[in-house]
Design a protein around this ligand. Sequence first.
Ligand SMILES: *[C@@H]1O[C@H](CO)[C@@H](O)[C@H](O)[C@H]1NC(C)=O
Ligand SMILES: *[C@@H]1O[C@H](CO)[C@@H](O)[C@H](O)[C@H]1NC(C)=O
Ligand SMILES: *[C@@H]1O[C@H](CO)[C@@H](O)[C@H](O)[C@H]1NC(C)=O
Length: 413
Amino acid sequence: MLRDVSLGKCCMICFAVFCLVFAAQLEAVTLCSDVGKYHHIDRRSVFQFKHNASERQLRMGAEKPSIVNDERDAPRTRPQLRSSKNSNVAFDPTKYACGDPSMTECVNKTQVFKARVLSEFRRILKESFEENNYYRVHYNKPIFDGESELCRLKRADVRTLSWRDPPFNWNEIGSYFPLNPLFKERNASCAVIASAGSLKGSRLGDFIDDHDVVMRFNHAPTKGFEVDVGSKTTVRVVNSQVVTKKEFKLLTAKHFRHVSIAAWDPGKFDQSLEEWIKSPDFNLFENFKKYREKYPGSNFHLVDPRSIWRAWTALQDKTHTKIMRNPPTSGFIGLGLLIPACRYIDMIEYIPSSRMNGLCHYYDSEINSACTFGSWHPLAAEKLYVLQMNTADEFTTFQRGVVRISLDSNSGC
Ligand SMILES: *[C@@H]1O[C@H](CO)[C@@H](O)[C@H](O)[C@H]1NC(C)=O
Ligand SMILES: *[C@@H]1O[C@H](CO)[C@@H](O)[C@H](O)[C@H]1NC(C)=O
Ligand SMILES: *[C@@H]1O[C@H](CO)[C@@H](O)[C@H](O)[C@H]1NC(C)=O
């Protein structure tokens, strides 16, 4: 059962589409008491706002981002979709969307939307769930808990494996590892592009392409969606199902060429690398070797599965309820991988914006009931964790769909 909905389906779906879960939701919007808990962070817009109706897309400059607030970006142009079969409430993307942060009504809408989103995350965190602990996770609450979310995630040290890591320093698989690291960059501007359906109509393409490093997930396309999602891809994070299964065409598809790739497979919690090699969740090693053989100049890495579980542990450390004992999403793993390379990381539609429309992904029209059960990954915990690190203001976050994580030296860890 678990295997059926395992990584591929879930990562692709859950990561994108928390949306439908919200759709099922409640009129009771309460501002939770710890909504503003993070007041020590100075939150600001990542854009500069000006009105210019002839500009087609939102833009940012290198350090002083600018944005053009386009009238055509109005809610009525966005797809109106009925929510999933499993949800009783149709979600209406026109209800909370607005384009002018200087208007009181827009501030109000943003506030109400934010409260609704956060209360939904928190509701899901408190929900009980059944699980069989397939990954043999065990956990002890740490005694010390004073670290910020950012410092805690840094300490998790999400990383790719190196040919120097035993047993890869002598085994056959290790001989296929690239010599270069996944990222040569330090101090880069970075963007993480979720595959969410609510990217549709965002017009964030130029904004995204202005980043030095642009990370996408699995087989998420850019062709045909450039205005909203950009055309640049520097790195893809893919799960082991995408590496393994024929339909994803790892060895031949264009979107897997001329980009760095970080593939992950969770193995089991606390498993040694030797054990992992013998029993990965999906046997990604064969296609990894084939790809590296076919494209010797490629920059294809494997994520250290132990570091995936360290990220899970960081998540659980910072979450006050018990989270699913399943690996984090590709989005959260990608975020961890980027930390050493970036001066800031913009996560696009990782936190759902007011464009939330019920679509699973921006690139298909799937309204899948599986999307409604976004509970395979510890998703709500991840999103609340990311919001704690957010330095972007509320309009940027909940209307534009951009969360910024600043990694400058004064982050204090
Ligand atoms: C608006 O954008 C267009 C196209 O980029 C540009 O040519 C024009 O100068 C801009 N107008 C203002 C007032 O910034
Ligand atoms: C803002 O929202 C509150 C309640 O949610 C409402 O009473 C108030 O009239 C709203 N203000 C504006 C300007 O829409
Ligand atoms: C990082 O880049 C920014 C912007 O280019 C620059 O101002 C800053 O000095 C750089 N920091 C380091 C440590 O190189």
